[in-house]
Write a protein that binds this ligand. Structure first.
Ligand code: CO8
Length: 257
């Protein structure tokens, strides 16, 4: 256990389970993104690892997405660093040469959905939600989030879901192909493990095929990282955006009262 991440290695199967464990909701702040980036790098270099299960150690939450407090009334330098860390972490996860499967054991909005969509296979527990709900917060999902969505859902469904900031229930997500299986909560990990055991595919061929399919997307971001950061910063600094983010944060806090 280190920096909100728990890594466990099964030496029989070569499967590493990477469990996000940052209460209360696994929100992705600067430090957490950096630690995910670093840990993924270590797993990538681990010769004994052939596949990764990305999951959560928290009840009811896979990942609540980007930490909204990083974007609300931000410090300029930190805001840029935050976004660059997200870009770097995403490039690493999306281009990961080993098999990656998401065990979605709770809600998975926005950046949480991005993590899940970047894996090769997704198993989700019943009765949670997943999707890119950015417009509901008054912000815009970046092109590279949208590219992933379109690749999975197709143009028409993406247009509808992205504009309305729709969160799909697990059952809806299964129907539209956003996740590959929906099972009771306790069956999520065993189902992923079973699926992995069935992926007995020569690693080099599988890895190269994944690379062919994915490299245009992560390279596109890699080549435009600075521009992408500037447009993120520009949007976040809009007064209207700040107001909406503030209200959204407040509404999360008021829920309890
Ligand atoms: N960031 C920061 N804090 C959060 C976040 C978050 N994403 N989500 C929840 N929290 C906080 C809450 O404010 C609350 O704080 P406190 O205890 O101080 O009141 C605490 O975490 C617990 O939250 P809840 O009480 O709401 O916990 P629940 O278990 O009832 O619900 C949910 C969990 C479903 C995850 C719920 O908290 C939720 O819906 N959160 C918001 C999720 C969301 O909309 N995330 C989107 C973030 S934006 C993003 O990821 C992509 C941005 C793309 C870039 C845009 C470019 C401009």
């Amino acid at each position: 256990e280190r920096d909100g991440l728990q890594v466990s290695h099964n030496s029989n199967t070569g499967v590493v389970t990477l469990s996000m464990n940052k209460p209360p909701v696994n929100s992705l702040n600067l430090e957490f993104l950096q630690s995910m980036h670093k840990t993924l790098g270590e797993i990538q270099d681990d010769q004994d690892c052939r596949a990764v299960i990305l999951t959560s150690g928290l009840t009811n939450i896979f990942c609540a997405g980007l930490d909204i407090t990083e974007m609300y009334q931000p410090d300029d330098k930190r805001l840029r660093e935050f976004w660059t860390s997200l870009q770097d972490m995403w490039i690493r996860l999306y281009s990961f040469p080993k098999t990656t499967m998401a065990a979605i054991t709770g809600h998975s909005p926005a950046g949480g959905a991005l993590l899940a969509m970047s894996c090769d296979y997704r198993v989700m527990a019943e009765n949670f939600t997943i999707g890119l709900n950015e417009t509901k917060l008054g912000i815009v999902a970046p092109t590279w989030f949208i590219d992933l969505y379109v690749g999975i859902l197709g143009q028409r469904l993406s247009e509808l879901a992205l504009q309305t900031g729709k969160l799909f229930t697990s059952e809806e997500a299964l129907k539209v192909g956003l996740v590959d299986q929906v099972v009771p909560l306790n069956d999520v990990i065993p189902t992923v493990e079973k699926e992995l055991s069935e992926w007995k595919i020569p690693a080099l061929a599988r890895g190269m095929t994944k690379d062919v399919l994915r490299r245009i997307y992560w390279r596109k971001l890699q080549e435009t990282q600075d521009v992408d950061t500037e447009s993120f910063v520009f949007l976040i600094k809009q007064e209207k955006v700040q107001q909406t983010l503030g209200l959204y944060l407040q509404s999360l806090k008021n829920k309890k009262k």
